[in-house]
Design a binder for this molecule. Sequence first.
Ligand SMILES: NC(=O)c1ccc[n+]([C@@H]2O[C@H](COP(=O)([O-])OP(=O)(O)OC[C@H]3O[C@@H](n4cnc5c(N)ncnc54)[C@H](OP(=O)(O)O)[C@@H]3O)[C@@H](O)[C@H]2O)c1
Length: 202
Amino acid sequence: MSDQFVLVTGAAGGQQGKTGRHVSELLLAGGVRVRAFVHKIDERSDRLRALGAEVVEGDFLDFHSVERAVRGISTVYFAYPVQAGLLDATAIMADAARKAGVTRLIDMVMLISSPDAPTPRMRQNYLSEQIFEWAGIGAAHVRATVFYENVRALTHTSLAKDGTILLPWGSESTVIPLVSGEDVARVSVGVLTAPSVPPGSS
Ligand SMILES: NC(=O)c1ccc[n+]([C@@H]2O[C@H](COP(=O)([O-])OP(=O)(O)OC[C@H]3O[C@@H](n4cnc5c(N)ncnc54)[C@H](OP(=O)(O)O)[C@@H]3O)[C@@H](O)[C@H]2O)c1
């Protein structure tokens, strides 16, 4: 077993790509110790515990639960779901991880993130990346295009009901590359366990 101890956030896996879930399972299968940060204890966290993870319950937006979760940790996988609160969650994790002596934080972000990106979340992703880099915790960023699991979530009701696929993606000629959350998790595990990762790389 590796002596690396990885805190995996979003470990239960939610409505999007379940990347934290896949990252946890892949790390455990590779003999890496995992502390699984879950929003609530339920059958998903029970399964992680059965696979060998140490499970901690907490909230990205509750400073003290994050502070407890990073104690004794060297490496963090950070994946804040697409919902309000990214910058608060980032600042909390950056501060707690810096104080705990974290040396690598792999940050799951959107493919495009810049001050001029077209959506508020992409612009927040850019700021979140800067905060993690300032924290001096070895932050690097995995950029992913849209998870195809989202298409399933967005279309399963209309497909079953009337055989239509309705997506809020502009004109019929829009081309959006898709990727699976599981494949993105594989890339993340490669970066989490690589011998070295230049801080700020993406
Ligand atoms: N969706 C996309 O197409 C896309 C594309 C590129 C990049 N990304 C990036 O991928 C990430 C999303 O990751 P994912 O697909 O692995 O998410 P996910 O499957 O939706 O999982 C989110 C996890 O976060 C937990 N969670 C939610 N609110 C929480 C809170 N306040 N405190 C603690 N845990 C909380 C959920 O737990 P519960 O279920 O118990 O609430 C769930 O386990 C984001 O960083 C996003 O920028 C997404």
